[in-house]
Design a protein around this ligand. Structure first.
Ligand code: 13P
Length: 232
């Protein structure tokens, strides 16, 4: 199973180091043979890591380096041997205004550089209220320009209305959506949106759910480890 922690704009460099040390210690004392653990800290806390945790970038620009004020590129990621990135997160699409065209350019570029890409999709509430068919159509549009056969792809389905609200999607909604995605996607499919220790086991028992992408409940190493224990 895949357990991914997205810190968003939380944690400092110092607190990330503490977190990684506790998490790694916790993982080393568990049987994690069939699991993968990712942590996406903010860019100021990116670091090399000598352990089973994979550190990934929440975002980067699709160039090696250059005149892109405020961005980081391949050179800054390579300094820390980072070759994993989140692309298409709904907060970047809606708050930072990333269009599908921009997201797909980024995808293409990081694919060319052989990155592991966690590609995020998810529908807003208005779409969910229209039913499964409308949701499916919306989600497939979020794959425009994306190579769904890329062998280092992981898809994360995160309904926008379930992110940070405490209100996870219902099991049936997750099952139906993941089944729809599985028609064309053979890579792992994660669910994200208010995943917490209380619901992680149920969510991970749903067919076609290969892991979770967790925000708030991942911010404390103990809580993240508790989720791993509950799931296994
Ligand atoms: P929450 O777990 O806080 O709902 O966030 C989910 C998310 O957006 C992970 O990328």
């Amino acid at each position: 199973m895949i357990f991914a922690a997205n810190f968003k704009m939380n944690h400092t460099r110092a607190s990330t180091q503490q977190y990684l040390n506790s998490l790694q210690k916790g993982l080393d004392s568990r049987d994690m043979q069939d699991d993968e653990v990712f942590v996406f800290p903010p860019s100021t806390a990116l670091c090399s890591w000598n352990g089973s945790i994979t550190i990934g970038a929440q975002n980067a620009y699709y160039q090696i380096n250059g005149a892109y004020t405020g961005e980081i590129g391949l050179e800054q990621l390579q300094e820390f041997d980072i070759d994993t990135i989140l692309i298409g997160h709904s907060e970047r699409r809606s708050i930072l205004g990333e269009s599908q065209e921009f997201v797909s350019k980024k995808f293409q570029w990081f694919k060319e550089h052989n990155f592991r890409i966690i590609y995020c999709i998810g529908e807003p509430l208005e779409l969910r209220e229209k039913g499964d068919e409308a949701v499916a159509q919306f989600l497939w549009e979020q794959f425009n320009g994306i190579d769904i056969n890329y062998d280092r792809l992981i898809v994360a389905y995160e309904p926008v209305w379930a992110i940070g609200t405490g209100l996870s999607a219902k099991s049936e909604q997750i099952a139906n959506t993941h089944r729809e995605l599985r028609k064309k996607i053979s890579s792992p499919i994660l669910y994200g949106g208010s995943v917490k220790p209380e619901n992680v086991k149920e969510i991970l028992s749903i067919e076609n759910v290969d892991g979770v992408l967790v925000g708030s409940a991942s911010l404390k190493a103990d809580s993240f480890l508790e989720m791993i224990d509950k799931a296994k």
